[in-house]
Design a protein around this ligand. Sequence first.
Ligand SMILES: Cc1cc2nc3c(=O)[nH]c(=O)nc-3n(C[C@H](O)[C@H](O)[C@H](O)COP(=O)(O)O)c2cc1C
Length: 237
Amino acid sequence: MPSESTIPAAAPTVTAATPTAPMELPATVTAPVPTPEAVQPDVTSLDATGLDRVFREARTFSKWSAKQVSDEDLRALYDLLKMGPTSANCSPARFAFLRNPWSKDRLKPALSAGNLEKTMAAPVTVIVAHDPHFYDNLPRLFPHADAKVWFTSNPGLAEQTAFRNGSLQGAYLIMAARSLGIDAGPMSGFDNDKVDQEFFADRGWKSNFLINLGHGEKGTTYDRLPRLSFDEACLLL
Ligand SMILES: Cc1cc2nc3c(=O)[nH]c(=O)nc-3n(C[C@H](O)[C@H](O)[C@H](O)COP(=O)(O)O)c2cc1C
């Protein structure tokens, strides 16, 4: 892990004079000031722009621009998030992408009042769920051992594993979305049982939380709330 001092800060941009060929019109271009990181990239870290996009500048949005999220975007999103690690590669998360008004209407009765308007307005709402019978895929996903029996013989472990790893995969979705330039608004304020009955009665999947996806209207978020300091949240043992 890089220490804070080795994490690249955003490189400032300046307008620098550059020599131009006779037919080239612009006499100036906007170019980033080269930093030591830019000259010799630290291969263990994203650059400052990447860190800003995924963490430092990323916000939870409630207001959305008109820019849509396509089905191709959703496939690209899944192809990234699926690579995030899960225990024994169990991959229990399941995702329902609601991307038209009819699907959103089915969700409406389950939403808490405070989550209604932004969810109806979002280009896409994801139901992050998990499959309680995720272990049926383990002979394919984790062929090194007979992992399926670990869970069929222990329903409590199976439930805990599905919830833990499904939650992780929901978080991977948020970070994958940010990596692709898509904003996210996670929500737990809804009735899980209603959602499960409406969307997953035939499959038996269990909803965990929701994520609105779209392109956030800049300037519509509250000021960033404080986070706990390293010393408050971490132990160095
Ligand atoms: C699992 C989860 C559930 C959340 N539930 C709700 C919710 O029901 N309604 C809501 O308005 N915001 C909800 N939030 C949004 C958080 O309040 C928000 O992400 C947090 O304050 C950080 O905001 P920031 O990303 O803009 O810094 C939820 C966030 C997470 C991760």
